[in-house]
Write a protein that binds this ligand. Structure first.
Ligand code: NAD
Length: 510
C-alpha cells in the first residue's frame, strides 16, 4: 500500500464528533455547543466539533495544574527521552497525520507531509532540552561570592492555533513548552480539529504523563476563559492580526506572558537582473502553494523596472500548468480553500479589483475547477495593484497574487516598509550587494534572498515585525525556550561564620 493509500484508508476516530482530551484521555463535551468540520474537497460536512464551555476549560487547566509539580521535577534526561520517543512516533505516523490535514484542511498530501516534517523539526530541537536549559555561572563575582542564573518553567501555558497549519503550529508551541517542564492546554482551530487528538494520543504513547498535554476544542468562549484563567501563566497565539492584537492586549492586561503572531502580506521584490525563470517559478510556488493559505505565502510581487512585463508573462504561463483538485488525488498542485465563506471572500477581492484600478490578468473565478463541489477557486493574478486598494492593503489569504510595479529599488523598499504587516519578504537578484542592502533596509522579520518562503529552521526562531507579531519574543527555537521559562538569579556565598559582621551599607563588589 502506498503512503497515500495508507493515509486515505485510515478513518479518523473522530469522524463523527471531535471533542476534548483532558488528563490523558478523550472527554466528550457536555456544553451542547458545536460546529461543523467540512471536507473542503467535497463541500460536505464530515464531522462535528464540540465547543468547550468555560467549565470544561477549567477542567483542562486543573488537570494541567495538578500535573505540573511532578512534571517540572522530572529529570531533564527523562524529558529528553520522551521527546525522542515522540519524534519517532510522529515520524512513523507522518502519513496518517498528513491524511488528517488533507481531509480537513484540503492541502495536497505532499504539502501536508511537508507540514509534518517542519513541525517535527521542533520536536527534534526539544530533544536537546538538557543542553538548552543550561544556566550561566560566574565564580568569584565578588570575593567568595558566586552568581548564577537558572531557568525554570512557568506552570500551565496555553496555545491557540490557526486553521492553516493544524499540526505544525501546535508543534511550534508544545514541543518546547513541555520539554521546558510546563504543562499545556491547546485550543486548536475549530475548522480542522481532529489531528490535535491524534497528536495527544501520540504524546501519551511517548510517555508524556496524563495532564501534561490537554486539548480543548472550541471557539471564542474557550479563548476568553483561557485569557481570564488565573492559573494560565502564558499564552502563545497564532492567527489573524485583529485577533492577535486582542489576545495580546487582553492576556497581558490579565498579567500573562503573551506572544501573539498575526497575519501577513509578504512581498517578493524582483530586480531587473534576476533570473526570470527562477523568479517566476518561485513566485508561483510561494503564491499558490496550499492555495495561498500560508502566513509566509508570497501575495505581492514587486517588479522593479523593465522586468515587469516578461515576469508577468512567465508567471501566467506557469499558472496555466497548475493542476487543481482534491488534495488526496495524486498529481494535484493545489487543493480547495478551507470553507465556502472564505473562498467567496477571497473571490470578492478579484471581483472588486478592476473597479479599484487593477488589471485582472488571470481570473480564478473562471477556472474549470469551480464546477466541482468543493470550496475551490482557481489561481488569480492581478497587475498594476497599488497601495490603497483593498486587494493590496488586506491579507487575502487565498490564491491571489498581486503585482505592484516599481521604478526603482528604493521605491520597492518604501512600498514594503510602509505596509503595516511585516512577516516575511524576499528579494530575487543576482547582485549580492543589492541583496545585502535589502537585508539591511527592509522592516520585515524574516527575509529570503532568492528564497521565497524563508521559514526559519527550528534552531532559529520564527516571527514577523510590526502588526505581524505582538510581544517581545519570537516563536520556537531559542526564543521559544526563553518564552516558556523564567530566569532566576542566585547570589551565593559560604563564608567562615567568624568573619561575619553587621554592615548596613549597600552590598558592593569587594
Ligand atoms: P483566526 O484569527 O481566525 O483564528 C485563530 C485562532 O483564534 C483559532 O483557534 C480561533 O478559534 C481563534 N479565534 C478566532 N476568532 C477569535 C475571536 N474573535 N476571539 C478569540 N479567539 C478567536 O485565524 P485563522 O483564520 O484560523 O488562520 C489564518 C490567519 O492566521 C491568517 O491571518 C494567517 O496569516 C495567520 N497565521 C499567522 C502565522 C504567523 O506565524 N504569523 C502562522 C499561521 C497563520
Amino acid at each position: 500500500m502506498s503512503a497515500l493509500e495508507e493515509a486515505v484508508s485510515v478513518k479518523p476516530a473522530s469522524q463523527q464528533r471531535v471533542s476534548h482530551w483532558i488528563a490523558g484521555k478523550a472527554v466528550a463535551s457536555k456544553s451542547g455547543r458545536s460546529g461543523v468540520v467540512w471536507n473542503p474537497a467535497t463541500g460536505e460536512a464530515q464531522a462535528s466539533v464540540d465547543f468547550a464551555s468555560a467549565e470544561e476549560v477549567d477542567e483542562a487547566v486543573a488537570a494541567a495544574k495538578s500535573a505540573f509539580p511532578e512534571w517540572r521535577a522530572t529529570a531533564l534526561s527523562k524529558r529528553s527521552e520522551i521527546m525522542f520517543r515522540l519524534r519517532e512516533l510522529i515520524y512513523a505516523k507522518r502519513h496518517t497525520i498528513a491524511g488528517f490535514l488533507t481531509r480537513e484542511h484540503g492541502k495536497t498530501f505532499n504539502d501536508a507531509l511537508g507540514e509534518v516534517a517542519r513541525g517535527l523539526e521542533n520536536v527534534e530541537f526539544a530533544c536537546g532540552i538538557p543542553q538548552l536549559l543550561k544556566g550561566e555561572y560566574s565564580e568569584q563575582a565578588s570575593r567568595g561570592v558566586d552568581v548564577y542564573q537558572i531557568r525554570q518553567p512557568l506552570g500551565v501555558v496555553a496555545g491557540i492555533t490557526p486553521f492553516n497549519f493544524p499540526a505544525m503550529v501546535p508543534m511550534w508551541m508544545f514541543a518546547n513548552a513541555i520539554a521546558c517542564g510546563n504543562t499545556f492546554v491547546l485550543k486548536p482551530s475549530e475548522k480542522d480539529p481532529s489531528v490535535s487528538l491524534y497528536l495527544a494520543d501520540l504524546l501519551k504513547q511517548a510517555g508524556v504523563p496524563d495532564g501534561v498535554f490537554n486539548v480543548v476544542q472550541g471557539d471564542r468562549v474557550a479563548v476568553e476563559r483561557l485569557l481570564a484563567h488565573p492559573d494560565i501563566k502564558a499564552i502563545s497565539f497564532v492567527g489573524s492580526t485583529p485577533v492577535a492584537r486582542y489576545i495580546y492586549e487582553t492576556g497581558t492586561r490579565n498579567g500573562k506572558r503573551v506572544q501573539a503572531l498575526g497575519g501577513a502580506k509578504n512581498h517578493m521584490v524582483v530586480l531587473p537582473d534576476a533570473d526570470l525563470g527562477m523568479a517566476a517559478d518561485a513566485a508561483v510556488s510561494a503564491a499558490y502553494g496550499s492555495a495561498g493559505e500560508r502566513c509566509m505565502a508570497i501575495s505581492v510581487v514587486v517588479a522593479v523596472g523593465r522586468i515587469a512585463d516578461p515576469l508577468i508573462e512567465a508567471i501566467r504561463e506557469r499558472i496555466g500548468k497548475l493542476r487543481i483538485g482534491p488534495g488526496m488525488e495524486t498529481g494535484n498542485d493545489m487543493g480547495p480553500l478551507i470553507t465556502k465563506e472564505h473562498r467567496d471572500r477571497v473571490a470578492s477581492y478579484v471581483e472588486n479589483a478592476t473597479a479599484e484600478g487593477a488589471v485582472v490578468v488571470e481570473d480564478g473565478r473562471k477556472h474549470a475547477v469551480r464546477e466541482q463541489n468543493g470550496f475551490f477557486l482557481g489561481p488569480s493574478l492581478l497587475d498594476r495593484v497599488r497601495p490603497g486598494m483593498h486587494c493590496y492593503d488586506d491579507e487575502i489569504f487565498g490564491p491571489v497574487l498581486s503585482v505592484v510595479r516599481a521604478e526603482t529599488y528604493d521605491e520597492a523598499v518604501h512600498i514594503i516598509n510602509d505596509h503595516p504587516m511585516g512577516n516575511g519578504t524576499a528579494i530575487f537578484t543576482r547582485d549580492g550587494g543589492a541583496a545585502r542592502q535589502f537585508q539591511f533596509d527592509i522592516e520585515v522579520g524574516m527575509v529570503g534572498i532568492n528564497v521565497p518562503i524563508p521559514v526559519p529552521v527550528a534552531y532559529y526562531s520564527f516571527g514577523g515585525w510590526k502588526a505581524s507579531l505582538f510581544g517581545d519574543l519570537h516563536m520556537y527555537g531559542p526564543e521559544g525556550v526563553q518564552f516558556y521559562t523564567r530566569a532566576k538569579l542566585v547570589t551565593s556565598r559560604w563564608p567562615d561564620p567568624s568573619t561575619s559582621r553587621v554592615d548596613l551599607g549597600f552590598p558592593q563588589v569587594r
